[in-house]
Design a protein around this ligand. Structure first.
Ligand SMILES: Nc1ncnc2c1ncn2[C@@H]1O[C@H](COP(=O)(O)OP(=O)(O)OP(=O)(O)O)[C@@H](O)[C@H]1O
Length: 272
């Protein structure tokens, strides 16, 4: 396997405080790396930092390298060539991410128009294929539909289609299946894992759903208070967690599965 993404000593400063502390990890081709941790631990900030989409007033320091390209110093113009083409992204908010005034087929096609020199006919064919792959054709959804005519899960599938359109080397997926029913979630994960296996796409999967993480991730990085407390293969982190915070997180998840009341996570200090 070849290394695709190297994140080294990434620190992110929000207007108020240091939100991400010294996070480092590597993502290999074909690998699914899950970033997990409780709400507010900095998972989305990490995803936005890697995608160069931090909110105004946030500043990132450290190195984010996509193969030989250092992303942290890219101009916005260069970023636009990478996002959508080499780096696909799908986030949690399907309604705000789609343009409500444009048909979904047009919006999927826009990704090809922006990043490829395909003809109109080729774009139409590829859009139809993607609609089939994400299960929207089967569900009777037309390419001519507008976002408001789709369910939340269907809109999320459109976003996944747009993220996968140009066969990105890396998919950043932030809680993208969280609001979906189990069947739709499984269908979307099947599509993603198929791309990993057949095309070597790597995935940075942000999720607090430990069941999903265990089923699909190869590696796991556990975050607490903006820092990584533990990372390793999924088997090692789940079967023999080292950090007390990971142990507590996993124990809580098991309690959740047993439908017993949750107790608050104990406070752990982050190792310096
Ligand atoms: N736009 C913002 N302005 C200021 N602070 C922010 C902003 N977005 C996030 N934060 C802060 O950064 C910290 C990390 O938030 P982040 O959204 O990355 O956590 P998370 O682990 O993704 O949480 P969740 O699972 O709830 O989405 C939190 O303390 C949050 O309040």
């Amino acid at each position: 396997m070849s290394s695709l993404l190297h994140v080294r000593n990434l620190n992110i400063q929000s207007p108020e405080r240091l939100t991400l502390h010294d996070v480092s990890f590597t993502l290999e081709a074909g690998q699914i790396l899950a970033i997990t941790g409780e709400s507010g631990s900095g998972k989305s900030t990490l995803a936005l930092g890697v995608a160069g989409l931090l909110p105004p007033g946030f500043q990132a320091h450290g190195s984010i390298r996509l193969e030989e390209t250092e992303l942290s110093t890219l101009s916005e113009q260069d970023w636009c060539r990478i996002r959508g083409k080499r780096l696909g992204m799908v986030f949690q908010e399907p309604m705000t991410a789609l343009n409500p005034t444009r048909r979904i087929g047009t919006q999927i096609g826009d990704t090809f128009r922006l990043h490829t020199t395909l003809s109109r006919r080729e774009i139409d064919t590829k859009t139809r294929t993607l609609m089939e792959q994400i299960g929207l054709s089967e569900a009777g959804v037309s390419e001519r539909a507008y976002p408001h005519q789709l369910s939340g899960g269907q809109r999320q599938r459109v976003l996944l289609a747009m993220a996968l359109a140009c066969q990105p080397e890396i998919l950043i997926a932030d809680e993208f299946t969280t609001a979906l029913d189990a069947r739709t979630q499984a269908a979307m994960m099947t599509l993603v894992t198929h791309r990993c296996e057949t095309q070597g796409m790597a995935v940075l999967m942000i999720s607090h759903d430990l069941g999903l993480v265990r089923r699909h991730a190869d590696h796991v990085l556990v975050m607490k208070d903006g820092a990584c407390v533990e990372q390793g293969t999924t088997a090692s982190v789940f079967d023999a967690p080292h950090h007390p915070y990971t142990q507590a997180l996993l124990a809580m998840s098991l309690h959740g599965a047993a439908r017993t009341p949750l107790t608050p996570l104990p406070v752990f200090t982050t190792p310096s």
